[in-house]
Design a protein around this ligand. Structure first.
Ligand SMILES: CC(C)C[C@H](CS(C)(=N)=N)C(=O)N[C@H]1Cc2cn(c3ccccc23)CCCCCCNC1=O
Ligand SMILES: [Ca+2]
Ligand SMILES: [Zn+2]
Ligand SMILES: [Zn+2]
Length: 166
């Protein structure tokens, strides 16, 4: 929800992402697959393609950081704010930061990285919060989410931003 540079949406269909820092809570390949799955949630609904990059000019830089980490939004230790993402745009646009003072998991305990990442990438694509508790873009974390993560509202909102490419 930190729409840093006024760009409501990405103006391209292929969006790259790159890891800067991992968490020690999970094996790297587990992080890779959870993050890829979170991108895939939005790829299916928007027609966008997400490609992992290993160079430093990726659109979405992904990192696990704590407290003050170089932007105007320091994290707050365990619990509280779990992560944040900048809206579409150049430079810091799209960048997604996870609070590494959280306990990141692939399951039910702690905070599920897939669920949080899916919410964050909604912001990275330009989505704001929803008032519907069943929506992925609801402002607070919910561990129990149905199989189809996106509410009809989430799908409608992403389609408003990115008309589903044929
Ligand atoms: C939706 C998330 C994936 C991303 C958002 C952050 S963002 C920028 N991407 N919209 C988030 O972290 N929301 C907080 C909101 C929040 C809930 N509480 C808080 C107590 C203090 C501060 C924040 C919170 C009450 C206590 C529970 C704290 C743990 C869970 N935290 C949250 O749900
Ligand atoms: Ca926190
Ligand atoms: Zn940050
Ligand atoms: Zn949010």
């Amino acid at each position: 929800e930190y729409s840093h540079i006024q760009g409501t949406r990405w103006n391209k269909n292929v969006i790259t992402y790159r890891y800067l820092l991992y968490t020690r809570d999970l094996p790297r390949n587990t992080v890779d697959s959870l993050i890829a799955s979170a991108f895939n949630v939005w790829a299916k609904a928007s027609g966008l393609t997400f490609v992992r990059s290993h160079t430093n000019n990726a659109d979405i830089m992904v990192e696990f950081v704590t407290s003050n980490h170089g932007d105007m939004y320091p994290f707050d230790g365990p619990r509280g704010t779990l992560a944040h993402a900048f809206g579409p745009g150049l430079g810091v646009g799209g960048d997604t930061h996870f609070d590494d003072d959280e306990h990141w998991t692939a399951g039910e305990r702690g905070f599920n990285l897939f669920l949080v990442a899916a919410h964050e990438f909604g912001h990275a694509l330009g989505l704001k919060h929803s008032r519907n508790p069943d929506s992925l873009m609801y402002p607070t974390y919910k561990s129990s989410r149905s199989a189809n993560l996106l509410s009809r509202e989430d799908v409608a909102n992403i389609n408003t931003l990115y008309s589903k490419l044929l």
